[in-house]
Ligand binder design. Sequence first.
Ligand code: ZN
Length: 438
Amino acid sequence: MFDYNEQVKNAISWSKISCLFVLGFGAGILGVHFWNLYGSDSLGAPETIDREVRFEPQNQESSLEDNFPNVLPPDSTLNSALRELGVSPQLIHQIVEAARPVMDLGRLRAGTRFQLIFSSNSSNDLVGVHFYFSPIEQLMVNKKTDSWQAEKITEAVDIKVRTFSGVVESSLWESALDAKMDPNLISELSEVFAWQIDFSREVRENDRWRISVEQKWVRGSPVGWGSILAAEYETAEQRYAAILFESPEGERGYYAPDGTSLKKMFLKSPLRFGRISSRFTTKRFHPILQVNRPHLGVDYAAPIGTPIRAIGDGVISEAGWRGSAGNMIRLRHNSIYMTAYKHLSRFAKGIRKGSRVAQGQVIGYVGTTGLSSGPHLHFEFYQSGRFVDPLGRKFPSADPIPPALMGQFQIQIKNLMSSLPSWDAVKVGSSGGDSTTL
Ligand SMILES: [Zn+2]
């Protein structure tokens, strides 16, 4: 089984998996709301729990607003915010320098809460500034006689396992709300099964799902989510199961019960042969436009007519002429990943909007159509709608569980699948929601 301390560390970085608000109406607003409630470890605090210290006992009744009444305004620095509160530049300098070994206070994010502590003798005598980053992390900078000292507070985190289940009536999102589940977990669920199900298109009425997930607790209150441990999604035709497994090297992934990885890797390149002539950069001098323009893709120089391969299974969402892109193809791999192929001389047979293509299939041929300086393929990679550098990305291993670990994995399946709520709970239209401490 897992080492849970280890798992908490991992869970914290894992919980930063970006929220996908692809799942329908109101999702953005709700997502932001829940993000504030649960996702507070996204506030830019360091992500490792380097030691565990209990916060000074304080009044449990008092709210965050009472304890940390000051908020760093947007487009502001701590320096300007403290100046506004009447703190002298010299004092600010001392505070920032004292904190520097622990944290760069010059880079605090807007919205960070803090509190000024004054001496009991004088309301002008500042003796401390305390920062709140998340329910797990705070920073105290206090005056000790003549110098200032910083202390990072890291709360002990308890992990409990919670379970949820639901049936789709109108949307997956709605089914999460019916199950009284944080809809952000639906985003996480859709990432777990991103290669099996296209959650923005293939969800049908009466599909049902169940998950067990880690919940982080600090001093008796839930503060956020860790990893989904196990999940099942059933359509009329298919049943998908995912089990979290961590290799001895600490690599984590989701696997089907037969030990195959749920991820499918992409081909390394859309061209079998071809030389990278221009890499992804956010700054580049454009050879034709003669201006600095970001290059949000990778160029492969290759002769006209060189076959271009789909780097992964997917559906063609666009195949046609697109101004400066010339002949281009957009290929949707799942609800998260998309690729684009530009300046093609022509399309392969049968490639049109809606065509389903397999990894490695030839979809078109290199050309120099549109705004292009010579024969090349301009290749773009998108994750959740944003450009990413395909060469810089490290995709999780798509390897199956190695035979030597199969025994261990079987035990994991047994433990985690039995942690799922029974389908009976789904029929009454609500979540199990029980917390069990592991
Ligand atoms: Zn290019």
